[in-house]
Design a protein around this ligand. Structure first.
Ligand code: AMP
Length: 120
């Protein structure tokens, strides 16, 4: 699993592409999704170079892992969706329909989200 340094989130982390930032610390960057699927749609990414969740789980430090998990809650609070509830999910690989090969958690909220997995 080779990390592609030219993926769009790597470019955002390097400041080569702008993003609408929500939260940033030593371990994570959270920003709004450019093509929102729900009223609120944010993304949170680790600052380290990890292709997907499996890559992250096997290589990241405990601090990076806890930083990302805590960051989901922090970002949800920052965008004002914590009290009413929200959903966070991660797509992994081809069957998971992951499009950007840098680990990212989606954070959806601001409205009723319906069933977890859409019927297709
Ligand atoms: P996934 O299918 O899980 O890989 O999701 C990738 C997400 O990245 C999609 O929801 C895209 O809308 C989002 N995305 C792609 N490019 C950008 C960008 N430049 N800024 C913010 N979000 C982006």
């Amino acid at each position: 699993m080779t990390y592609d340094k030219n993926n769009v989130f790597a470019k955002i982390l390097r400041g080569e592409i702008p993003c609408e930032k929500i939260y940033e610390d030593k371990y994570v960057l959270a920003f709004y999704d450019i093509n929102p699927q729900k009223k609120i749609h944010a993304l949170i990414i680790p600052k380290g170079e990890y292709v997907d969740l499996d890559d992250f789980s096997s290589k990241a430090s405990e601090k990076e892992i806890s930083g990302l998990i805590k960051g989901i809650s922090i970002a949800a609070k920052k965008v004002g969706i914590s009290n009413d509830g929200y959903r966070s999910l991660v797509n992994i690989g081809e069957n998971g329909n992951q499009e950007v090969p840098h680990l990212h958690f989606h954070i959806f909220g601001g409205e009723k989200l319906g069933k977890m997995v859409p019927q297709s």
